[in-house]
Design a protein around this ligand. Structure first.
Ligand code: SF4
Length: 478
């Protein structure tokens, strides 16, 4: 795709004109404190002079050409904005950004230069600009927008330390606020370039930028328009064929006979990628005397599909599970997977009167303390708020946590595995200690990044419990 400055320039012009149109709607008194004659610019106008020029809303306007200027400015701005989508290219060349930002900054500065005008500017001087002091901020803001992505993008720099997908790049088009551009473009044109689609899925939906909602909407809108990325297509096919995103045919090895109305929902990652965590969690639950069972043909909770934007397929999976839970007479669900926990407490909640008790297994282990020297806790995105409790169980883990997403979330692990593991490696290296997590997906990602620097909480606790039982047993035999 070759760069074309036309579209960006058109967007910039349309923003400028729309702002100017909005300015004509602002009552004169708000800024000048008095009604001004638009013929001679005095409050005490001689007979025959026009004291004020009513704008479109009927107020005295800042603009001598109101009300017609409102329609002209805003209308032209809107027209340019709509036609700008005819331009098929995205990048705005360096020289155009420089021209546009210099012009905007120049005009903003001009509104501050003392001049024998009739309007008061931002620093209390006289100016000829009827829109001052508002125009100063508007023009300077437009200058910043024009500069955005050229010299220093203020948003990019602010988000770089919070956003896992920006960690190794200064790609301005990956900056979180670009998801707003992508959503608007997609809604207005119904189109999306392959590059934009790729960037949309290079996000973990961790919400570190507070803008994850936009990427979620972009994904969902794109899928509804038939723009389906390859990994989503594969996951969708796998779930419909085998009941899990990995496409593995389950052998029922994790199933247990029904002993109570509490279901241990295993989760696809736990079942097919980290069964050792599940075994450890079961050891701990058994030690506590908790009665539960698991299904031999458990199917995906649907959260992966939801995160990837395929909401109709996600709710299909949800409804299938709800029907199964109802048939089984389940009253309580325990899960080891924070992603499944998030699904049950958000997607399932209230749907078809779903009101089962949902528990994350770690919440049942608050009395199991172990020694964990030189470690740091990683709080999984969907099990937030438990960091302090978990640190309290770990003697020697300190007060810190790694902070942020491990890099696997939002389907990134299946879209760009290198980026996902590089984020995990970064967290491991930054902390300089062994990372302890309590999420099968985080564990998998950290393990792929550096197997020697990660531990799973359930496995550590189970090893501790088994060791203590072994010692006790040995003591009894002596
Ligand atoms: S949700 Fe997280 S990964 Fe996605 S853009 Fe925001 S900070 Fe970056």
């Amino acid at each position: 795709m070759s760069p074309n400055p036309g579209r960006k320039l058109a967007l910039f012009l349309s923003a400028l004109l729309l702002c100017a149109g909005i300015v004509t709607l602002i009552p004169d008194q708000w800024l000048t404190g008095s009604q001004t004659c638009h013929s001679c610019h005095t409050a005490q106008a001689p007979a025959g002079h026009m004291l004020f020029r009513p704008n479109y809303l009927g107020y005295n306007s800042l603009c001598s050409f109101a009300p017609i200027s409102t329609l002209l400015l805003a209308g032209t701005g809107l027209l340019i904005f709509l036609t700008s989508f005819q331009f098929r290219f995205e990048r705005w060349g360096k020289e155009y950004r420089l021209i546009a930002s210099s012009a905007s900054f120049g005009l903003a500065i001009a509104t501050l230069v003392p001049f024998s005008g009739h309007y008061t500017n931002l620093i209390g001087g006289q100016t000829l600009c009827p829109a001052a002091p508002l125009s100063t901020g508007l023009l300077a803001g437009l200058g910043l927008i024009a500069l955005n992505g050229f010299v220093v993008c203020p948003f990019l720099m602010a988000w770089r330390c919070r956003c896992p997908s920006l960690e190794n790049t200064l790609d301005v088009w990956q900056s979180p606020h670009r998801s707003i551009n992508r959503l608007i473009t997609l809604l207005v044109t119904g189109r999306m370039s392959e590059e934009a689609l790729r960037r949309t899925y290079r996000c973990t939906l961790c919400n570190g930028c507070w803008l994850a909602w936009f990427n979620r909407q972009v994904r969902n809108t794109a899928v509804n328009k038939g723009l389906v990325p390859s990994h989503l297509a594969t996951i969708r096919t796998n779930i419909s064929a085998t009941g899990n995103p990995y496409g593995v045919i389950a052998d029922g090895g994790m199933a247990m006979d029904k002993k109570s109305d509490t279901l241990l929902f295993i989760g696809c990652t736990g079942r097919f990628r980290t069964p050792e965590i599940l075994r450890a969690a079961r050891t701990l639950l058994d030690r506590k005397g908790i009665q539960y069972y698991s299904l031999p043909d458990e199917t995906c909770c649907g959260y992966t599909l939801y995160n990837l934007g395929d909401r109709s397929a996600a709710y299909e999976a949800v409804d299938k599970n709800l029907e199964r839970f109802r048939r089984e007479g389940i009253r309580r669900i325990i899960t080891v997977c924070p992603g499944c926990y998030e699904a049950f407490t958000t997607l399932y909640k209230g749907r078809n009167s779903f009101d089962l008790e949902i528990l994350l297994a770690v919440d049942l282990l608050k009395d199991c303390k172990i020694t964990a020297e030189n470690t740091i806790v990683h709080e999984p995105c969907h099990a937030k708020g438990r960091g302090e409790m978990v640190r309290g169980l770990l003697d020697g883990a300190g007060d810190l946590s790694t902070g942020g997403c491990c890099g696997a979330g939002g389907g990134l692990i299946s879209w760009d595995r290198m980026l996902a593991t590089s984020r995990a490696r970064h967290l491991q290296e930054q902390s300089g200690r062994t990372v302890i997590t309590y999420c099968p997906l985080c564990y998998l990602n950290f393990k792929r990044a550096n197997p020697g620097s990660v531990e799973d909480l359930y496995m550590m606790m189970a090893a501790h419990v088994e060791h203590a039982a072994h010692v006790e047993h040995a003591a009894e035999r002596m």
